[in-house]
Write a protein that binds this ligand. Structure first.
Ligand SMILES: CC(C)(COP(=O)(O)OP(=O)(O)OC[C@H]1O[C@@H](n2cnc3c(N)ncnc32)[C@H](O)[C@@H]1OP(=O)(O)O)[C@@H](O)C(=O)NCCC(=O)NCCS
Length: 252
């Protein structure tokens, strides 16, 4: 079964996903150094997310051929990747994924998954700028586009934070979503989950751009203010991904 993330991430980026019943099975063990993300009070749902996020992160590292080590957790909740790697983790109801890439080729990576659901006007106003609201109103898939916009901003933050080491607010970047088209067939990864796409559910994918409204991000000797990402919808979920190539020519 085709994975949505496989259609969103550029070649050279490893990922691993789990969903559905697999997540309801035994919890994969944490490795020493990974325990910090779930305190003794953590509810079961959080344990599932955290344990699976770490297990999938290690699985993705393994599929890159790297030495598999614990993926720790920094003070701002960011995953601590082994030297030479960048990566990102996401989880939403019934789905968990991790993506990892060599830092020699990729400066940063952000992935995010959200369940496709109605967002209240108050929440939408908190996450979207006036221009974004206007563009959302012009779309005939407003609900899906709104979730995608939110997710794209979370992906951007996951890429942004490990580089900038600072906060980025929802009104400090603007997302422009392109149109959606059926996902082209791709080879499934070794661990593609059974409902990765959803039986009989055509995956739709499309591009988006993210533009910073704050000073550009200094990374890899460049100043970057615009990022290219991809988003997709399948199995009642929206997934977004942004990968920043080390030799990207998006100079300002
Ligand atoms: C960090 C954040 C983006 C996580 O998104 P989410 O939809 O709540 O949750 P997800 O399950 O998709 O992702 C959680 C994972 O994000 C990662 N994450 C958390 N904080 C992070 C940070 N500062 N930098 C990078 N990754 C981070 C972690 O791996 C975490 O999982 P873990 O705790 O199991 O390791 C969100 O909680 C947040 O703080 N958002 C506000 C900032 C923002 O999005 N700004 C928009 C800028 S335009």
């Amino acid at each position: 079964v085709q994975s949505l993330l496989a259609s969103l991430l550029p070649a050279g980026i490893a990922f691993a996903e789990a969903s559905g019943e697999e997540l309801e099975g035994p919890l994969p063990p944490l490795w020493p150094g990974e325990e910090g993300g779930v305190g003794p009070q953590a509810v079961h749902k959080r344990r599932v997310s955290y344990h699976w996020g770490r297990a999938l992160a290690r699985r993705a590292i393994e599929s890159l051929g790297g030495e598999v080590v614990a993926v720790g957790r920094g003070p701002a909740r960011q995953p601590i990747w082994p030297p030479g790697l960048v990566g990102s983790i996401t989880h939403c109801d019934g789905y968990c994924a991790a993506a990892v890439a060599p830092s020699a080729e990729w400066l940063g990576l952000g992935i995010d998954a959200e369940r496709l659901q109605e967002m209240t006007a108050g929440v939408v106003a908190r996450i979207a700028t006036a221009d974004e609201l206007r563009r959302l109103d012009e779309r005939d898939d407003r609900q899906r586009a709104t979730v995608a916009l939110f997710s794209a901003k979370e992906s951007l933050y996951k890429l942004w934070f490990p580089i900038a080491r600072s906060w980025l607010g929802f009104h400090e970047a603007e997302i422009d979503l392109g149109g959606l088209a059926p996902a082209p067939p791709v080879a499934p990864p070794p661990a593609a989950p059974d409902d990765a796409q959803g039986a009989g559910d055509t995956a739709l994918v499309g591009p988006f751009t993210a533009r910073l409204l704050v000073p550009a991000l200094a990374a890899g000797g460049r100043e970057i203010e615009r990022f290219e990402g991809r988003y997709g919808c399948a199995a009642g979920r929206v997934v977004t991904a942004i990968a920043l190539r080390a030799q990207d020519l998006e100079l300002i």
